[in-house]
Design a protein around this ligand. Structure first.
Ligand code: DX5
Ligand code: ZN
Length: 218
């Protein structure tokens, strides 16, 4: 379906309180929970791995949307599948055998996603559209939350939506999504909006009403 989904990124949540943060954003209207895994190698930051995903699983009633910013990725797919990820998204830039990697995710019974960095042309995913449930267009260079939206990616989103045609593939956008940029990415063809800073600002798991207001504003 093409209704707009909001996927809060817990990169912007309280790292000491992730379980409660996941429950809070879902109670306040989040559709998916987006989990950013970083390895300090593919991207210049470190977060956490499959053990954290497994710990979060009981706190997420809906879709756990796992975004792997790691290379190599193949040795870890089974661990993230066992940890309870629903979507496993890997970067087209992260290895030489993206097609094989996406097949492996599907064979684990999970929804494969492919992400593309701002510097990667959309044609890089052209041969993958029959293998994936989502394409994630990075609208910042991955590694950190709270960065500015890269305008040039709007044309890429529109081109991608055209390439997808009537396939059942979500177009997810990730980075710098706010009440200001959300209508423009949706207009261009995105239907899943990842947002970190714009969702988690001004609230807490104990006082989550700001999360709801932030989600509705996107
Ligand atoms: C960036 C991550 C994003 C990030 C988005 O590397 O993949 O998911 O958390 O954060 P905001 O919405 O703050 O740009
Ligand atoms: Zn992400």
């Amino acid at each position: 379906d093409r209704t707009l989904k909001i996927a809060p990124s817990i990169l912007a949540a309280d790292f000491a309180n992730f379980g409660a943060e996941c429950r809070a954003v879902e109670a306040e209207g989040a559709d998916w929970v987006h989990v950013d895994v970083m390895d300090g190698h593919f991207v210049p930051n470190l977060t956490f791995g499959p053990a954290m995903c497994a710990a979060l699983r009981p706190h997420i009633a809906g879709v756990m949307d796992v975004h792997l910013m790691i290379a190599p990725v193949d040795p870890y797919l089974e661990a993230f599948a066992k940890a309870g990820a629903d979507n496993i998204t890997v970067h087209v830039e992260a290895g030489p055998h993206i097609h094989r990697t996406l097949q492996a995710i599907a064979a684990l019974g999970k929804t494969p996603g492919v992400a593309i960095n701002p510097g990667t042309p959309v044609e890089a995913v052209a041969e993958l559209l029959d293998l994936v449930g989502l394409v994630c267009v990075m609208t910042v260079n991955p590694g950190f939350g709270g960065q500015g939206f890269i305008e040039s990616q709007l044309a890429k989103i529109a081109r991608l939506r055209q390439m997808i045609g009537d396939r059942p593939v979500h177009v997810e956008v990730d980075g710098g999504i706010s009440a200001a940029t959300a209508p423009r990415v949706a207009q261009a063809g995105a239907d899943v909006l990842v947002a970190g800073a714009a969702v988690f600002r001004g609230g807490s798991a104990e006082h989550p009403s700001a999360y709801g207001a932030n989600i509705r504003a996107i």
